[in-house]
Design a protein around this ligand. Structure first.
Ligand SMILES: [Zn+2]
Length: 276
């Protein structure tokens, strides 16, 4: 599956009516909104399905509202709501006077809504650290017993590059992220992997902040060295503790520096650099 298709699918399943984790399972709400919401969600789901099945391709025009509502067997207002929801996710766009189109579906386009969430609430970075600690310490413990020799080699390679690229934040970040991803792969739990992928773009936003801080990069090299050694020793407890220590270090340094508001992002550093 392409990253785009996977993204659409993941986002779909987060709001989809058949997802066991979806909000539709929460019982006590007034009758009318649930029903209407469910119809809208289902309609949005079907439009996404048409995109996944390539019946609608990037850049193509959606049928007019009336036709679409007949195709989907829903009211025009539900069709309009579904279009609105997908527009907020940058999957569809309304062109004034021309109708509704599927966007380019480029990854940059699709992650905009998540970036927006992070931009309006930078304090989300702290619950995000909590979430990472829960997911990544567990992943590291599983990985310690399941990691393959090839994956250990990959970790070592990324670690070597991490050390080399300490003064190059964008490249440093790529290898930092690659190490964390290898650990999720090595954990060998498909649900954990999916969970991680669904928050990945939010994590990237947070890393763009922390990766811009030279001190955090230096600390990360020490921490990742510990994580690598613990996994090489195939020690679940030590691996888990090393990941926890790493995330604690990054988070507390960020807090000491005044939080994400006071910190430039890696892209900003990059732009400044290019400008000189
Ligand atoms: Zn890291």
């Amino acid at each position: 599956m392409t990253p785009i298709a996977r993204y659409v699918k993941l986002n779909g399943s987060m709001v989809g009516p058949h997802d066991p984790l979806s909000r539709d399972d929460v019982p006590p709400r007034p009758m009318e909104p649930i029903r209407k919401n469910a119809v809208t969600t289902e309609a949005a789901e079907r439009i996404k399905q048409m995109i996944l099945e390539r019946r609608l391709s990037p850049g193509s025009q959606l049928p007019p509202e009336r036709e679409l509502s007949e195709m989907l067997g829903i009211s025009r207002s539900s069709a309009r709501e579904a279009i609105r929801a997908l527009t907020h996710m940058n999957i569809l766009e309304s062109r004034h006077g021309q109708g509704t189109y599927v966007t380019s579906l480029s990854p940059q386009m699709l992650i905009q809504p998540l970036r927006f969430v992070m931009a309006i609430d930078e304090e989300l970075i702290y619950p995000l650290f909590e979430l990472r600690k829960i997911m990544e310490t567990g992943a590291a413990a599983l990985a310690a017993s399941r990691i393959t020799p090839e994956q250990l080699d990959q970790l070592q390679d990324h670690y070597d590059r991490l050390v080399e690229e300490i003064d190059n934040p964008p490249l440093f970040l790529e290898h930092d992220i690659a190490m964390h991803e290898t650990i999720f792969d090595a954990a060998g739990n498909v649900l954990l992997l999916n969970l991680h992928e669904s928050v990945f773009e939010l994590l990237r936003e947070s890393r763009n902040k922390t990766g811009a801080i030279a001190e955090i990069r230096a600390r990360t090299i020490i921490d990742h060295g510990e994580i690598l050694k613990a996994l090489q020793a195939r020690d679940p407890e030590r691996s888990s503790a090393a990941v926890m220590a790493h995330l604690d270090h990054v988070e507390s340094r960020l807090r000491e520096l005044g939080g994400p508001q006071m910190t430039p992002s890696v892209q900003q550093l990059d732009t400044d650099h290019n400008g000189k």
